[in-house]
Design a binder for this molecule. Sequence first.
Ligand code: F0G
Length: 352
Amino acid sequence: HTRWPGLITAYADRVAIPAGAKVITLFEGGTPLLPAPALSEITGMQVYLKIEGANPTGSFKDRGMTVAVTHALANGAKAVICASTGNTSASAAAYAARAGITSAVLIPQGKIAAGKLAQAVAYGAKILQVQGNFDDCLELARKVVVDHPEIALVNSVNPVRIEGQKTASFEICDVLGRAPDVHLLPVGNAGNITAYWKGYKEYHADGLIDQLPRMFGFQAAGSAPLVLGHPVKNPQTLATAILIGSPASWTQAIDARDSSHGLIDAVTDDQILAAYRLLASREGVFVEPASAASVAGLLLTSGDGRLAPGSLVVCTVTGHGLKDPATALSTLTDPVVVPVDAGAVTEALGLQ
Ligand code: F0G
């Protein structure tokens, strides 16, 4: 065994960085592709989960951020800035800390999960809570960098973010020896579906896989501009990570959908929560709500026949469940309290 060196080194021939750049890495990537026996049985598919919560800051954003911050530092940036529903900001803050530069994060006030805010605080980001939504935050971040070239914008509108995130497709093909029939993932700002599709196309163009997968993206029903075909002014969903009304990578997402003969559909918050609970209680995989949108989409499309029975499918679960403790704890209605007494414990457990 040699240890995993981080994705820039692992895929040095496929992820470009500036000549002589110091690589800023937390050894991200190399995440598990985990068979999902319960989901396979329920759906009649051969299901794998790509566990992106296993990245250093607990989400797939680290794949893009190692590349973005490596470029930023090599290009002389003094700081990075991003808009975020929480995970990008956690990741940007961590990699900026590692690089020894400042991070500034614009987050929608009151709309990001507690764990993500805790991360930005811990990594020492300059945190601005904006009285608006994610789309407002991104517009503000884009405006700031126009007059401040010393600050690098590290949202996925920065193309080097996509270069990092595409490596998840490489890892999946490297493990399976092929692409899945269908790849399912949650869609918010649409950078990740863009990145996965690019990764698969590169492997296909180089003959490393024979067939491309179909891309199935899922938005939350209250926040589904790509499904509706127009931006949503006041998006709503408990899956705050994908609470986005105007995705930056709109055209790329539609291209991924159409060129792969895939689909982008909506799943309701109830469907997301059902998938969220099933993942944790049956597969032992605790993800944040937005991540469960891919699995909600699996249950939906395997149920209505849009997924052919027996398909080899990969669902990306994008972020760790600990990011959002409030949602997990919201079902803890009746905590059992016992005195320090063995008898009380056995009784409370229904033993004897
Ligand atoms: N899942 C999680 C956990 C996310 O944090 C995001 C996006 C997505 C899915 C959707 O990915 O935007 O590439 O389509 N989070 C961004 C953020 C917006 O700021 O952390 P996408």
